[in-house]
Ligand binder design. Sequence first.
Ligand SMILES: Nc1ncnc2c1ncn2[C@@H]1O[C@H](COP(=O)(O)OP(=O)(O)OP(=O)(O)O)[C@@H](O)[C@H]1O
Ligand SMILES: [Mg+2]
Length: 316
Amino acid sequence: MSDVVLSVKDLKKHYEVRGVFSKIGSVKALDGVSFDLKAGETLAVVGESGCGKSTLAKALMNIERRTSGEYKLLGRDADKMDGTEFRKTIQMIFQDPYSSINPRKKAWQIVAEPLFVNTNFSRSECRKKATEAMEKVGLRPELADRFPHMFSGGQRQRIGVARALVLNPKILICDEPVSALDVSVQAQVLNLLMDLQDQLGLSYIFISHDLSVVKHISDRTLVMYLGKIAELGGREEIFEKTKHPYTKALLASTPNVQSGKLQRTRPLEGELPSPLNPPSGCAFHLRCPLGNERCKKEVPELRLLDNRFVSCHHPD
Ligand SMILES: Nc1ncnc2c1ncn2[C@@H]1O[C@H](COP(=O)(O)OP(=O)(O)OP(=O)(O)O)[C@@H](O)[C@H]1O
Ligand SMILES: [Mg+2]
């Protein structure tokens, strides 16, 4: 038995974009992404707005239909799992705890929703399991009959976490799980997620634009640029022995994670190019201090170098 709980190979998600009369083109939101997620690990996914992070989350959750690629969960083809089996394996926590929960339902009913849909438990059994899940995330049983508007933002996100856990999944996808919360409660929710991971042996795909959070909680980090992997490696490789110029520029744009070595790196300049019409060769070459003729022409392969994967013609 391998300890890989999720793996994708050459995953693609292309959105067809239509004009009034005809097809304009396709947005390659994910364009050939391959990685493994191991049991009990936190894999962070970072990159600028629009690079494809949420698309990855939606493709992995079957919220969006994948264009192509292989997707395995617990060693099995995800396409061959039935809906219930799938939802008992992988669940998601959303960014916005205000819009992702139904305001007309009581807390326990929101948490119990996956049980109503995927199990044959009676209503009272569902209530009991939902209340237990609420306790796991630090919500007392007497809160079970309250409505969402009676909870704070942090508590509402805890309801979202309890709902994601109620079917005892192995994997959680967290898409910016704390960025809609007050800074003062972000740490509480992050600590809760880390405690739950230890207690329950969960694996996380943790999407975030906050590299200081990612440095703190991730085992490995996947850096995305325009739907492709720029660099993928452990904390030391990504944050200290950085190789990809894009990763360096991202880090240089985040004041509180800069290491001494990065201080002379220029922060990111310019905007992310449109994925509808990406640059030739290496998609980063126009913004890269090392970009040259080769970068303009040749797409760099993702290759293993000094213990991390990197796609660059002249890394460090
Ligand atoms: N339904 C859609 N139709 C067409 N294009 C889409 C659709 N959804 C997303 N896109 C495009 O796909 C690209 C990736 O979007 P995505 O939401 O995955 O980015 P992101 O990395 O999550 O950004 P953010 O950090 O802002 O959340 C963007 O260019 C976006 O405009
Ligand atoms: Mg997003």
